[in-house]
Ligand binder design. Sequence first.
Ligand code: ZN
Length: 305
Amino acid sequence: MGNRLIFLLFVSAFLFSCSNTEKKENSDKINVLSTTGMIYDIALNVGGEKVNAQYLMGPGVDPHLYKATQNDLSKMREAEIIFYNGLHLEGKMQETLEKISNSKPVIPVSSGIKKSLLKESEDFGGVYDPHIWFDVSLWKQAVIIVTNTLIKSDEENKEYYLNNSKDYLSALSALDAWVKESIATIPEQQRVMITAHDAFGYFGDAYNIEVRGLQGISTRSEPGIRDISRLTEYITENDIKAVFVESSVSEKSLRAVVEGCREKGHNVQIGGTLFSDAMGAAGTPEGTYEGMVRHNVNTIVNSLK
Ligand SMILES: [Zn+2]
């Protein structure tokens, strides 16, 4: 009996000390703030239990138009590291990000990508297309930037970050191969995807599918009547079966295109909603980078095949 009591005391003391260290470790976590969910997914997976990962732009949020709120500014002040996409994706936050970069690492995850791998946009001379996460293989460069930044701030846990990074990168390699295989099942003459804005340029290049957006690479200006009628003509002439709305862009103008096609006697369907510039809700499969990519590809393949 006595022994048993001592044993229990010992166990509870042990548990108590464990939860105590856990608490201590909690406050030791690095506060890592990302702008988009896609970047957050990297920080969360590579940083694991060593970081407290957060992000600013939730489901349905359009990063091209997003302005930092008062709450965001205080999150940015509390953060120890800030990751953002760069290439003007966060068009209205650029100044704030630059200002805050004087006091802490504020890293654009696009900065490690060779210029030769970036797509120049036809819309603006010299401006690169920021939608780099759509080429899963290219997005691995962002993982490397995040990994190196975490190691630089927390050298002690280098091995931990490197291991997580390796796992995440190999998951992305498998995902990349799956996207290639899936898109290749769409007959070649049907491999055209039409979306609300030109977010899928990298996707089209990487996975061999033609891509057309109603709007340019940014959503800053509303599409005009000319854009709508041009796209209507293109869809009708090429007998395209489906167009796709985006979770972070208003579908009003794309609906006008669908109507326009029907008036011309061509019945084009809304093929579904794609997650373009923002992930889905937390706790759903689309609330992760991999889930978002898989959802998009399944939606595209099911509608165009
Ligand atoms: Zn976009």
